[in-house]
Design a protein. Structure first.
Length: 364
């Protein structure tokens, strides 16, 4: 990523929102851990302070380094050894893309058309994502703005269309089963916000106040998830617990004006949001591996990264795995802990040690 091709705050928010809603549109806990839709909405609201808490190490790091990125500053502190951080970001980017591809494969195979060629569709999505990534962060940002506008309009129109069908009895009183389901729901949602690991890397490449952009994203994402959950729970009720994709199932009953098959439009918009997610993390992967090995082998990096996403994604994708499985949940939470919390704190500590040594050397 080049610093002369920075994106605006609005473009960053659009990328992060598309990435977050691409998960919620096809996978919600339909009260598996939270026993009522109302409790899940409270859990979603609690995501805001939790995500702000996770942002504190990056905020502290940005203030101390005057907005330097984590990879950039690691290289300043450790020289070539700092490229280990770039390698970690590259691996995490591939992992997030793999999870997104698994989601795509499972949704297409289960909800759309089981007869479609899994290999061809997944390969097409991976190729498209890496081709978009080769055009850089600004191209992904501009695309995200257009796509998130369409996704937001679809979510709002579907909600308004289905509002007469919603049953208020589907929404139990808050904390009906106590606080534990809310806490469980808050923790369950955490792996679906893997975008937080990228904030430290993106610090030099985003215009404006990163803290304001990050806060705006957390609030808008929570509102979007709550609207999606309210739609599926209000329409489906207890039946939502028995289907794999409750929101998509609810959308199949919606009609907006002359549109009789809103589910087709919803599936198309979801696919474009997922494309933005994969393109963004493909771009992040490409940036990091080029930082390590130079830009001469750009196409080779893209080919290798695409295969590392596609092959395990195909092997694992056609099953209800994703974040609901304990192993995936644990890996994702571990990634957030290391990349969003531990890494900035380690760099802050290393910077403090270096400054102390420099002061002692000057005195000597």
């Amino acid at each position: 990523m080049e610093k002369d091709s920075r994106i605006s705050g609005g473009q960053l928010i659009a990328i992060l929102l598309a990435s977050r809603l691409a998960v919620s549109l096809t996978s919600l806990p339909t009260l598996h851990q939270t026993s009522h839709a109302t409790d899940f909405m409270i859990a979603t609201l609690l995501q805001i302070p939790l995500l702000l808490l996770l942002y504190l190490p990056v905020w502290w790091f940005a203030r101390r380094t005057h907005g330097a990125g984590t990879v950039d500053y690691a290289c300043i502190l450790f020289g070539r050894g700092g490229l280990v951080v770039a390698g970690l970001y590259a691996l995490v980017s591939l992992y997030i893309q793999m999870i997104a591809l698994m989601r795509f494969d499972h949704f297409v195979s289960s909800a759309l058309n089981p007869d479609m060629s899994r290999i061809a569709l997944c390969a097409a999505l991976v190729v498209a994502a890496f081709l978009a990534a080769l055009h850089g962060l600004q191209a992904v940002g501009r695309t995200a703005v257009l796509i998130i506008a369409g996704v937001a309009a679809m979510v709002v129109f579907v909600f308004l269309s289905l509002l007469p069908q919603m049953d208020p009895l589907c929404f139990a009183p808050p904390l009906y089963d106590g606080l534990s389901p809310v806490i469980a729901g808050t923790l369950e949602e955490l792996p679906r916000t893997l975008e937080v690991v990228s904030i430290g890397l993106l610090l030099p490449y985003v215009k404006g106040n990163m803290t304001r952009h990050y806060f705006t994203w957390t609030v808008l994402a929570a509102v979007g998830v709550i609207v999606i959950q309210a739609t599926s729970a209000g329409v489906l009720g207890d039946y939502g617990e028995m289907v794999l994709f409750p929101y998509y199932t609810a959308v199949t009953t919606a009609q907006i004006g002359v549109l009789q098959r809103v589910d087709i439009l919803a599936a198309a918009l979801w696919l474009t949001a997922l494309f933005v997610k994969m393109a963004f993390f493909a771009m992040q992967y490409m940036s990091c591996v080029q930082r390590i090995g130079g830009e001469r082998f750009k196409l080779l990096y893209a080919l290798g990264g695409g295969l590392l996403v596609l092959i395990p994604g195909l092997l694992l994708g056609n099953s209800p795995l994703l974040e609901e499985r304990a192993a995936i949940w644990g890996i994702s939470v571990g990634i957030i802990a290391v990349m969003a919390v531990l890494l900035p704190l380690v760099l802050i500590a290393a910077d403090a040690v270096r400054n102390k040594r420099l002061k002692e050397a000057r005195k000597g």
